[in-house]
Design a protein around this ligand. Structure first.
Ligand SMILES: [Fe+2]
Ligand SMILES: [Fe+2]
Length: 387
């Protein structure tokens, strides 16, 4: 409230108006005046007084209607209105209450009563204003804190996205070390990520799992860092002893990746260990069968095999998509449909065209997981990758 409370005096009789004005001035109030209800409403809207003394019978708009209008407007509803009625008029009081007047005073006005009623109503308004301001301040504080909190959450999300991107990038680069050692390019691991994600989604697994396997898959052959170059890069067939050492890339990879808290590395460890197991129990290193093999390993097995068939090897030419499809779905003596989880194989058969597209251009498949870092095909060394 202002230093000097502002009172709007409304009366069509100027003598009354002046008398009230003198009295209110003497009581220390600032006064505004209006000669009818219409003026009263306009002045109240533009000047927002702290209190209104409203006469009842006036031309153009009477005190009841003016009071109703002011009380129905959220901008003026909080201003107390004291209605000045004739001493005997019970009807006026009832109508005044119905229109929303806060208090009444009868004509002729008693100075002491006037002073008390004005003070009371101003006190009530002051208290009301305090509460209103307090709740506005609170609301404002809540809003400001909510914005701060939202910004902090956004910054945290951005920071964790950056950390995740850096983490994925690091994994990919470390994995490339194994691929380089094997004389391969990064495209095999990049494509197998996409096949594995595609299979996971086609099997109806949830999006989170599909994302995790996408990032875990590049590490399936990371154990090759522990295999001697003389075996990895040998152009002729491996002897029995060499083959045994080659198979160790699964257990070495598993040891490298074990003991992590990370969901991606934990899945990568499972995949590294089991991506050469076969559904019929003829795989390695543990000769697991059927559901003894973790689902991620069963998915990885098919993803890895498809890409191996399609790729150039020192001991074989690359095969077409059609040939790969036939070998996986019908077998060729070395590869058998019995090697694969029937549901995974069915998912592949239903959507094998996607595999063909991924092989043709791994980077054209840009799932929500995002692209893996690119690497040039140029300068590809003769690959010696063995499954
Ligand atoms: Fe492997
Ligand atoms: Fe592989």
């Amino acid at each position: 409230m202002n230093e000097k409370p502002k009172i709007l005096l409304v009366d069509d009789e100027e003598t009354n108006l002046n008398l009230l004005k003198i009295l209110c001035h003497k009581m220390g109030y600032e006064c505004l005046t209006a000669l009818n209800g219409k003026q009263a409403v306009e002045t109240a809207v533009s000047q927002t007084p702290d209190l209104i003394m409203m006469d009842v019978i006036m031309p153009e708009m009477d005190g009841f209607e003016a009071t109703r209008k002011l009380k129905s407007d959220p901008g003026t509803a909080h201003i107390p209105i004291i209605m000045v009625t004739a001493a005997s008029s019970r009807d006026d009081k009832l109508k005044g209450i119905a229109s929303g007047a806060n208090d009444f005073i009868t004509k002729p006005v008693d100075i002491q009563e006037l002073s008390l009623r004005i003070k009371n109503n101003l006190n009530i308004k002051e208290y009301h204003d305090l509460l209103k301001n307090y709740s506005l301040t609170l609301e404002q504080q809540v809003k400001e804190r909510t914005i701060k909190l939202e910004n902090a959450l956004l910054e945290r999300d951005q920071a964790s996205e950056k950390i995740k991107a850096g983490y994925i990038d690091t994994i990919f680069r470390l994995t490339l070390a194994a691929e380089y050692k094997d004389g391969n390019t990064g495209n095999h691991i990049r494509r197998t990520s996409h096949y594995a994600k595609t299979l996971a989604l086609e099997l109806g697994l949830d999006h989170d799992f599909a994302e995790t396997i996408f990032y875990a898959m590049p590490m399936h052959d990371i154990g090759k860092v522990g295999i001697p170059d003389s075996i990895l890069l040998k152009s002729g067939p491996l002897n029995a002893e060499e083959w045994l050492m080659m198979k160790d890339h699964t257990t070495i990879g598993s040891r490298i990746l074990s003991g992590s808290q990370s969901e991606i590395l934990t899945l990568a460890q499972q995949i590294a260990l089991t991506h050469h197991e076969h559904w019929d129990g003829s795989g390695y290193p543990q000769k697991l069968a059927a559901e003894q093999i973790p689902l991620a390993g069963r998915i990885a097995s098919l993803a890895d095999k498809y890409d191996a068939i399609r790729s150039l090897r020192s001991y074989k030419n690359p095969q077409s998509h059609h040939q790969a499809y036939e070998m996986l779905s019908r077998g060729d003596g070395r590869t058998s449909p019995g090697h694969f989880d029937p549901e995974v194989l069915e998912a592949f058969c239903r959507h094998h065209k996607l595999f063909e597209e991924i092989f043709a251009d791994a980077l054209s498949i840009n799932g929500s997981a995002g692209r893996l870092p690119d690497r040039q095909l140029a300068g590809t060394k003769p690959p010696a990758h063995r499954q």
